[in-house]
Design a protein around this ligand. Structure first.
Ligand SMILES: *[C@@H]1O[C@H](CO)[C@@H](O)[C@H](O)[C@H]1NC(C)=O
Length: 259
C-alpha cells in the first residue's frame, strides 16, 4: 500500500517535470479572415499559449509563414529570412512573453495573399538556437481579403436642429489597423465646436473610430453642408455629407402684425 502511494507520487512528479518538455499543449488563436484596404495597413490579432511556466520573450521566436511553405516567411526576427516582397513591411506588434503574437502588415499590396500562419520556436538561452520545441499552427491561419474601395464613414443621427440648442452628430468608420487608425475630420471649423474621439474594438479583427461633433447651431446654419472625411493610413480618403436643417424660430411679432 505504502509502496503504491510512493509509485503514484513518483509518477505524478515525473509527469510534472516532463509535461513542459513534451509540450503537447501549445495553442494559438489567430483571426481566421480579415479585410485589408490595399495601400493601407492591417493588424492580424493572434494569441499563443504554452504549457508550463512563464517563458520570456527572449526564449521565444515568433515567425509568420505561408501555409505549407515553411521557408516562405512573412515575418522573422532575422530580416534576411523574410520574403523580399514583405521585407520592411511586417512587424510583430505583440509581446510573445505576454502570449501575444499579433502581426502588423503595412503598405498592403493586392497580392499579399497568405494564408498567414504563425509558428513559434523555443530558443536556447545560451546560443539563441531553436530547440526541438517548434510549433506551426497551420490549422489556424489567417486569410486576408483585399478591399479596394475605401470604406465610407457613417453619419448620424440625422435630425432637425433647434437654433441655440446643443446638437451632436457622430461620424464613424470601421477599420482593421489599430496601430495606424483612420483620422476623422469635420468640414465645420468653429472654435466653439467640441470634437470627441472614441476608439473601440467591434469584433475580432475589426475596430471602429468614432468622432462626435457637438455644437450650437444658429438659424444661419440652416441648409449648410456638413462633411466628415476619413483618411486611412496610406492616404486614401472617403467622405459622407449631409445638409443641416435648422428649425426657423417662429416670429411671433410678424405673425401678430399679419393678424
Ligand atoms: C496584443 O498586442 C496588440 C499590440 O500591442 C494589442 O493591441 C492587443 O490588445 C494585444 N492583445 C491582447 C489579447 O493582449
Amino acid at each position: 500500500m505504502e509502496k503504491d502511494r510512493k509509485m503514484i507520487i513518483f509518477f505524478l512528479f515525473l509527469a510534472g517535470i516532463c509535461s513542459p518538455v513534451l509540450g503537447a499543449e501549445w495553442t494559438a488563436d489567430v483571426v481566421k479572415s480579415i479585410d485589408a484596404l490595399v495601400g493601407s495597413c492591417v493588424v492580424l490579432p493572434c494569441t499563443v499559449s504554452h504549457p508550463g511556466t512563464y517563458l520570456s520573450t527572449s526564449r521565444l521566436r515568433g515567425i509568420w509563414h505561408r501555409k505549407d511553405k515553411w521557408n516562405e516567411n512573412f515575418y522573422h526576427e532575422d530580416s534576411t529570412k523574410i520574403l523580399d516582397s514583405f521585407k520592411g513591411r511586417t512587424k510583430l506588434l505583440g509581446n510573445l512573453g505576454q502570449n501575444n503574437c499579433t502581426l502588423e502588415i503595412v503598405q498592403v499590396k493586392d497580392h499579399d495573399n497568405g494564408p498567414f500562419c504563425f509558428r513559434v520556436e523555443l530558443v536556447r538561452k545560451d546560443n539563441n538556437e531553436p530547440t526541438k520545441e517548434k510549433f506551426s499552427f497551420v490549422e489556424k491561419c489567417a486569410d486576408i481579403k483585399m478591399i479596394h474601395d475605401v470604406p465610407k464613414p457613417k453619419l448620424g443621427p440625422i435630425k432637425t436642429a433647434n437654433p441655440g440648442k446643443p446638437y451632436t452628430l457622430t461620424c464613424s468608420v470601421h477599420h482593421t489597423c489599430p496601430s495606424h487608425r483612420p483620422q476623422i475630420k469635420w468640414s465645420r471649423e468653429n472654435k466653439d465646436d467640441e470634437i470627441t474621439e472614441v476608439h473601440k474594438p467591434i469584433h475580432s479583427g475589426i475596430w471602429e473610430v468614432e468622432s462626435i461633433l457637438s455644437f450650437v447651431p444658429e438659424e444661419k446654419d440652416d441648409e449648410s453642408e456638413l462633411i466628415c472625411t476619413a483618411t486611412f493610413n496610406g492616404g486614401m480618403k472617403s467622405e459622407e455629407k449631409f445638409t443641416l436643417n435648422v428649425k426657423r424660430e417662429t416670429n411671433f411679432g410678424l405673425l401678430f402684425c399679419l393678424l
